[in-house]
Design a protein around this ligand. Structure first.
Ligand SMILES: Nc1nc2c(c(=O)[nH]1)N[C@H]1C(S)=C(S)[C@@H](COP(=O)(O)O)O[C@H]1N2
Ligand SMILES: [Mo]
Length: 449
């Protein structure tokens, strides 16, 4: 199962989209002449991907070019020379660097195959510099101030001893996860599906701490602060400071944590203490947490307002100049399902007629109702067996077995549906300038024989 197939259709499109179009559709980018694949085009495509394409008649012509980045470690514009792998203490060298300054690295889908994401495989997203490691973790101070009856200045030691610790397995996901699937390309780190992981977090409830401070009725929003210096080194600037409405802040699932998978938080993940705001963009989950400011208005820290972590209220024309009045904060993350085994590009022995699949699905504030799979470019679908979450905001693991009628090149597609019935789209919709909420179906290529 470990051999890689030489080239997927996606790679063909990535390397030379014009040639790929010519191969598939007989002409360059004359959209009117695109039809279903057949004849010489089909034969050439078969050669390109290394095998016959049993369900070629279902291949959605117009969709292939738009999806050429799917399943690739990073979009071509971001990684013109192919993926750059991470070299960082305590981290897998299979994580893909998608930003060097600040350091940002994602987890390819097949590395998200564990029920609980191990620390070495957990994605990294920084906006500023990595702060120096504090020597005395328990002396670390966290301030809770603003619209509270009693300003608190708690050390981590006090936090541990005064409040009830809880452990919960929860997804942390970057607001920009899936950004690389937008066309035209949206501004920012070109995540595929790997800006997410699911860890066991140990800490105390944000709500318990806020209740101890006493939230005033004037409280509207929170502002979260971490100790990481701004990239420029300018001490008057924050690397990142986002917040959430008070109602969300008081959700009993949100934690102030000092452990990840039973270990002290690694420095890169926020040592000695961070926030985990469940189901919302990871940017609200401040690392190196030193202050929660309870505000009487919407927070205006670094990363708030404009088009930052914001999506269009009314759909906008992709690539158009944004109308600044047309944006609202991205709140719950959208539904996503990924295939974590086999890996994209897996080559199976000739005669293989059954493939066991594993994956994960999650949906921000919602649960996952259903995960579907297709091996014939979406013509027919079957459902996976979806496990229950350990606790709210955990991801849901799923398994399925698909039957492949003959040898050849297949794409296996997965799509999740959340508890409200909202399903992943074929392509990233609701384009916005910074590319939030991109959650098209995940596709892998598999070659039998
Ligand atoms: N202090 C601070 N907290 C932060 C960030 C940051 O740059 N500084 N990045 C945020 C973003 S955008 C994400 S997606 C998550 C990533 O957490 P991780 O690096 O532990 O995976 O942390 C969030 N918390
Ligand atoms: Mo993020």
């Amino acid at each position: 199962m470990s051999d890689k197939i030489e080239r997927s259709i996606e790679e063909l499109y990535r390397d030379d989209p014009e040639r790929a179009d010519a191969v598939v559709f007989g002409r360059r980018t004359d959209l009117s002449r695109r039809g279903f694949l057949g004849g010489a085009g089909l034969a050439t495509m078969g050669v390109a991907v290394g095998g016959a394409i049993p369900f070629a008649e279902n291949m959605p012509a117009g969709m292939i070019p738009a999806a050429h980045a799917q399943g690739q470690p990073a979009a071509p514009a971001a990684q013109p020379k192919g993926p750059v792998y991470l070299n960082f203490p305590g981290k897998s060298d299979k994580l893909v660097v998608i930003g060097e300054r600040p350091l940002v690295a994602e987890t390819p889908e097949h590395l998200l195959d564990d029920d609980t994401t191990p620390i070495d495989k957990f994605y990294i997203r920084n906006n500023g510099q990595i702060p120096e490691q504090t020597k005395d973790a328990d002396a670390w101070k966290i301030t809770v101030d603003g619209e509270v009856n009693k300003k608190l200045e708690l050390t981590l030691g006090e936090l541990k001893s005064k409040f009830k610790p809880v452990t919960r397995r929860m997804v942390l996901e970057c607001g920009g996860n899936g950004r690389s699937f937008f066309t035209p390309q949206a501004r920012g780190n070109q995540w595929t599906n790997g800006g997410a992981g699911c860890a066991e977090w140990t800490g105390v409830r944000v709500a318990d701490v806020l209740k101890a401070a006493g939230v005033k009725s004037s409280a509207v929003f929170s502002g979260h602060y971490g100790a990481d210096p701004h990239l420029s080194g300018d001490a008057s600037k924050q690397a990142l400071s986002r917040g959430v409405p008070i109602k969300k802040l008081m959700d009993e699932n949100n934690l102030i944590v000092w452990q990840m998978n039973g270990q002290p938080l690694p420095l890169i993940h926020g040592f000695p203490v961070r926030l985990v705001i469940a189901g919302w963009p990871g940017s609200t989950s401040s690392k190196w947490l030193n202050r929660i400011w309870v505000r009487d208005k919407v927070h205006d820290g670094q990363g708030m307002g404009g088009t930052s972590y914001r999506v269009a209220v009314k759909p906008m024309v992709p690539g158009d100049k944004p109308d600044m009045a047309n944006f609202k904060d991205l709140e719950s993350m959208p539904v996503r399902s990924i295939i974590t085994n086999p890996m994209n590009g897996t080559k199976l022995a000739a005669g293989t007629r059954e493939v066991k699949l594993r994956g994960a699905s999650w949906a921000g504030d919602h649960t996952v109702k259903q995960v579907d799979l297709s091996i014939d470019f979406g013509a027919t679908w079957r459902s996976a067996k979806v496990e229950k979450a350990k606790n709210k905001y955990d991801w849901q693991r799923w398994t399925a077995t698909v039957k492949l009628p003959t040898d050849g090149y297949y794409e296996i597609w997965t799509r999740g549906t959340d508890s409200r019935g909202v399903m992943q789209p074929h392509l990233a919709g609701f384009w916005n300038p910074q590319g939030y909420g991109g959650n098209p179906m995940h596709r892998i290529a598999v070659l039998v024989g």
